[in-house]
Design a protein around this ligand. Sequence first.
Ligand code: C5P
Length: 402
Amino acid sequence: MMRDRTVLLGVTGSIAAYKAVDLASRLAQDGAKVDVVMTNCATEFVTPLTFRSITHCQVVTDMFAASEEHDIEHIALAERADVVVIAPATANIMAKLAVGIADDMLCCATLATKAPIILAPAMNVHMWEKAITQENLTKLRARGFKIVEPSYGALACGEVGKGRLADVEDILTAIRQILDRKSDLIGKHVIVTAGGTQEPIDPVRLICNRSSGKMGYALAEAARERGAKVTLITAPTTLPPPADVEMIEVQTALQMREAVLRTVPEADALIMAAAVADYRPATAAKSKLKKEEFPLMQLELIRNPDIISEVRGNLIKVGFAAESENVVGNATVKLKNKGLHLIVANNIAEAGSGFGVDTNKVILVDSKGKVEDLPLLPKSEVAHKILDKVSALLSPAIGASG
Ligand code: C5P
């Protein structure tokens, strides 16, 4: 996968710069062409010669010397990169990229490139936790930068906390995932629902569930990466909005139903990852209920409509089934009752799976009865596995032969 691909490796001034040597070496061993761009500060930690010896490519450090000496300039670097990886990425480069500063070779090339950009931050724990760094991170994520988060451990400054450069293996995985990206959903419109709906009792209280929205957001991001136009209909979550995705924010099941039914006529696929509340209070009080007036509170709950069952039309419908027993059996019944093409079943009792966590262990069941039991995977990878199925269902000829 790396062979004949060009990775632009940006190295900035952190003690973790020495780990970028290992990363460059692994990339070169895998057959990638590695252009290295170092900031001035990075050259204080590691010499350009080290990278040159490993990659057998030019190492660029100076904006102006570069074009004269090596016939390399930031536009050429930016254009030939299949992926840009900045590892380690300091708080400084994150701040510069967040506002579009272009005052050195790395910033210029990163600004000029159309390739996907991965950042692997490394810094002191307090710098990492500082509100401005986190704001910059949110901004960069929203602009489509992929972040390989730092890990927790002993830091060079003597402290212990989050800030260590991620493992080289994790950075390589992120690079491989991007280089392996498919573009099979170009021209398709995918609607994803996410999060747990909230059903108001009064202006202060509500009924909600444990869904974090992570699976739905991962699906929206993955579909966009594969070229789809994506509409994300989301109940409240704490997650940053994915880049280049149309967001429709809703709170209740009824609002989600309205948004889904309004948007599906244009769509090729609907993926209902949302945890829609099965019941809502029959009436939501207009003013706050006073506990003194209700020594015994009894709520009357009525059933919410089943949104995905109401969706008609020539589109692919994917549902989720969170089960705690007879997972495949129960999911298959749901698939049939709701008229779905595919159902993503998970056993919420299993460790590392289901609500709130970054991983999921799912079983895919399709309308022909085919069952695929996937291993425990990051939600981003589960999303791509689901989209592989959606893509095949959208192109039946290819799906049938595959
Ligand atoms: O019936 P159950 O809630 O287990 O079904 C889960 C699937 O159905 C999910 O895909 C969910 O988004 C969808 N659903 C729905 N409307 C509801 C309840 C669930 O579309 N009211």
